[in-house]
Design a protein around this ligand. Structure first.
Ligand SMILES: [Zn+2]
Ligand SMILES: [Zn+2]
Length: 195
C-alpha cells in the first residue's frame, strides 16, 4: 500500500486539503496532514484524522445523553410507582427509617450498671425495600463490605440506602455505585406497586 503524498481531508470549501500527508486514518483510511491529525486534547494520535475524532466525540456525547435520559426515565417510573403505592391502602407497609442524631445520656444509674447507650433517633420518610445495592461512600471506608445496603424507595420516589442497624439511615453515601442499578430498582418498585 502506498501512502498518498497529500492530505485527503476535505476543506470547508469542498476540495481536499492537499498539503503533504504525515499519516493515514485507521478509521476512514484517508491520508492526513499535520493539521488534520486528531489532536486528542493536545496528545495527537498517530492514526486518526480530525474528522473521525470529531465524529467520535459527537457519538460519545450523544451516547452519554441517551444514557442520562434513560436514567432520568427510570427515576420518573420510580416516582410514579411510589405515588401509586402511597395511594394504595392495601400496599405493604414501608420500612421505618431513622436518622441517628446522637446518644441519650446514660445518667448515673446507666453509668453504674454499664447499660448500653440508647441512640437518639429522628424519624424520616419510610421506604419500601427493593433490594440490596452497593452505594458510593462519601468517605473512605476501610471495610468495603459496609457499602452494600438494603435499598428502599420513599413515597416521594427517592431511592435511599437503609443503614445498619437496619433502622438507621445511612448518610455517608453519595448514590448508587452502579447507576444502572436504578433500572432494577424501577422494576422492583413497579412490581411491588402491581404495575
Ligand atoms: Zn490536511
Ligand atoms: Zn478519519
Amino acid at each position: 500500500m502506498t501512502a498518498p503524498a497529500t492530505c485527503q481531508i476535505p476543506l470547508p470549501s469542498g476540495g481536499p486539503c492537499g498539503i503533504p500527508a504525515i499519516g493515514r486514518c485507521i478509521n476512514d483510511e484517508r491520508a492526513f496532514c499535520i493539521s488534520h491529525r486528531a489532536n486528542n486534547y493536545g496528545r495527537p494520535y498517530d492514526n486518526l484524522c480530525t474528522e473521525c475524532e470529531r465524529q467520535q466525540l459527537h457519538d460519545r456525547h450523544a451516547q452519554r445523553q441517551t444514557e442520562a435520559q434513560s436514567l432520568e426515565d427510570a427515576r420518573k417510573r420510580i416516582k410514579a410507582a411510589a405515588t401509586r403505592l402511597d395511594n394504595n391502602p392495601r400496599a405493604p407497609e414501608p420500612h421505618p427509617r431513622y436518622k441517628l442524631v446522637g446518644w441519650h445520656s446514660r445518667g448515673i444509674i446507666g453509668a453504674l450498671t454499664r447499660a448500653e447507650p440508647r441512640p437518639k433517633l429522628e424519624a424520616l420518610d419510610p421506604a419500601w425495600i427493593v433490594g440490596r445495592y452497593k452505594w458510593n461512600q462519601q468517605e473512605f471506608r476501610a471495610r468495603p463490605d459496609l457499602d452494600t445496603y438494603d435499598t428502599g424507595v420513599t413515597s416521594a420516589g427517592e431511592v435511599v440506602p437503609i443503614g445498619n442497624p437496619p433502622t438507621y439511615t445511612v448518610h455517608a453515601v453519595k448514590g448508587l455505585h452502579r447507576p444502572h442499578d436504578i433500572f432494577e430498582v424501577a422494576e422492583a418498585i413497579e412490581k411491588l406497586a402491581g404495575m
